[in-house]
Every structure is written in structure tokens, then in C-alpha cells.
Design a protein around this ligand. Structure first.
Ligand code: NAD
Length: 257
């Protein structure tokens, strides 16, 4: 499988899942465009490292995915977008009647509306190129709910709906649109929560992971960013050319329960 000559834009890719996906797409030969809202030397260094490691072109473009114009600007600045991975996302946890309005608006903007804006900007480029792949990083929470995550669950269900609609609108073209629904993934964000939870419950690291974090994940294992990268590369392959408008759960059995 080679993606040589293709350009992949991955939103929210200076850490965690997005960075893992960018690395696997680069390993498959794609030129990659990394993104987040910061514009630090270390962000650009991530792109330089990928370029050197996988012998591809790699750039970092700062753009705030909470701003629709900036989302469209990211795609315009990329100049090409054969593979679009909508990954940027944030979380806030609170009961629905206490949920801060600013947090609701930010989650809907970053986790859902950004995918609308980038897709709208990227589709004309994909049509001109005669080929395209859109991979939306939803969540197990795109298919099922948990209390206190109203905005996140609503946004991720919205991403799954957007995925199906875009798939139907592009069904007769060599463009596919699918969603990946991860369960818990051990990203730096999740890793950082482990010490506090160990202290709070007076538990070992292993117990915090298996009994608290992975309580709903039957495999009792985290999914990895490499596995999510591999799933994304699969969606870009010829084997997946007739797979569109669907969700791929990478959740250790969570949504089978
Ligand atoms: P993360 O915090 O490591 O990554 C989120 C990325 O989004 C970062 O690169 C961050 O800089 C970027 N981002 C945040 N706000 C942004 C903004 N306004 N503009 C541009 N970029 C922005 O978290 P992650 O775990 O890697 O999450 C990545 C995606 O995977 C999210 O959409 C998340 O909902 C989803 N997801 C994560 C898990 C998990 O267990 N980690 C599970 C299911 C789904």
C-alpha cells in the first residue's frame, strides 16, 4: 500500500491520536500536513521529524479548528488534500443542566463543525484530483452515550451523521467518507490522568487502568494510536474503495456490550 504522491491533512495532530495517524500515513508514503491551534517551534519540529523519518514532505500549519474560516483556511493553505482526517477534539464533563455554555459551544465547534468546514473546503480539491478519502475520528461516544458528556456525545453522534451524508453525496465518485470510533486510547491526555486517579482511589496503576478507565472496554486494553493510524491507512487503501458511510469501532468490544 502506498500513498506516495497523496497529501494528507490531519487536524489536531501535534499530539495523541492525530500525531499517530499522521505518522502511519507518512509511513505509507503520504505527504502530511500537521495542525493545531498553537504555533510553536516544537510543533514545526514534529513535522520535520516525520519528514526525516519517512522521507516524505511534512508541514505544520497553525489554525484554530473552533473557527470556521480558519478550518477552510487550513485546507486552502495546504494547497492539496487527497486525504482529510478530522481528528481535532476536546472534552468537558458536567451534568447537562450545569454544562457551561462556552464549553458546549467550543465542543460543538471543534469536534463537529470543523469537520463540516474542512470537508466543504476539501471536496472540490478531491473532485479535481479524481480521488479522495475522508476519515472522521468520532468515538465510541458517536454510537453510545455516557452521563455528563452531553456536548461530546452530541458532537460525536453528529460526526457519524455527517459522515453518512457526505458518503451519499460522493457515492458515485472515487471519494469515500468513513468514521473511526475509538474506545479508550492511551494518549498523553489519558496518561496524565492516571497518577491523580491512583491517588484518589488509592489504587495501583494497573487497577486504575483496568477497573476505572477500562471498565466499559471488555478487552481491558487501551487501543493504540498506531492501531488507529493503521485503520486510517486501511480506509485509504484500494481494499476499502467500496467502504463508505460506515463506522469502524476500535474499542475492544465496548459497543458490542
Ligand atoms: P489530544 O488532546 O492528545 O489531541 C487532540 C488534538 O486536537 C491535539 O493535537 C490538540 O492540540 C488539538 N486541538 C484541540 N483544540 C484545537 C483547536 N481549537 N484547533 C486545532 N486543534 C485543536 O487527544 P486525543 O485523545 O488524541 O484525541 C484526538 C481525537 O480522538 C479527538 O477527536 C477525541 O475526541 C478522539 N477520541 C479520543 C479517545 C481517547 O481515549 N483518547 C477516544 C475516542 C475518541
Amino acid at each position: 500500500m502506498t500513498l506516495k504522491g497523496k497529501t494528507a491533512v490531519i487536524t489536531g495532530s501535534n499530539s495523541g491520536i492525530g500525531l499517530g495517524i499522521a505518522r502511519e500515513l507518512a509511513r505509507a508514503g503520504a505527504d502530511v500536513v500537521l495542525n493545531s491551534f498553537t504555533d510553536r517551534a516544537e510543533d514545526h519540529a514534529l513535522a520535520a521529524q516525520i519528514a526525516a523519518e519517512f522521507d516524505v514532505a511534512a508541514r505544520y500549519i497553525a489554525a484554530d479548528m473552533s473557527d470556521g474560516d480558519a478550518c477552510r483556511g487550513l485546507i486552502a493553505q495546504a494547497g492539496a488534500c487527497d486525504v482529510l482526517v478530522n481528528n481535532a477534539g476536546i472534552q468537558h464533563v458536567a451534568p447537562v443542566d450545569e454544562f457551561p455554555v462556552d464549553s458546549w459551544n467550543a465542543i460543538i465547534a471543534i469536534n463537529l463543525s470543523s469537520a463540516f468546514h474542512t470537508t466543504a473546503a476539501a471536496l472540490p480539491m478531491m473532485r479535481a484530483a479524481g480521488w479522495g478519502r475522508i476519515v472522521n475520528i468520532a468515538s465510541a461516544h458517536g454510537l453510545t452515550a455516557s452521563p455528563f458528556k452531553s456536548a461530546y456525545v452530541a458532537a460525536k453522534h453528529g460526526v457519524v451523521g455527517l459522515t453518512k451524508t457526505v458518503a451519499l453525496e460522493t457515492a458515485e465518485e472515487a471519494i469515500t467518507c468513513n468514521a473511526i470510533c475509538p474506545g479508550y486510547v492511551l494518549t498523553p491526555l489519558v496518561e496524565a490522568q492516571i497518577p491523580d486517579t491512583m491517588a484518589k482511589y488509592n489504587m495501583s496503576r494497573e487497577d486504575v487502568i483496568k477497573k476505572v478507565m477500562l471498565e466499559r472496554q471488555p478487552s481491558r486494553e487501551f487501543a493504540t494510536v498506531e492501531q488507529l493510524g493503521g485503520s486510517t491507512v486501511f480506509f485509504c487503501s484500494d481494499a476499502a474503495a467500496q467502504i463508505t458511510g460506515t463506522t469502524l469501532s476500535v474499542d475492544g468490544g465496548w459497543t458490542a456490550l
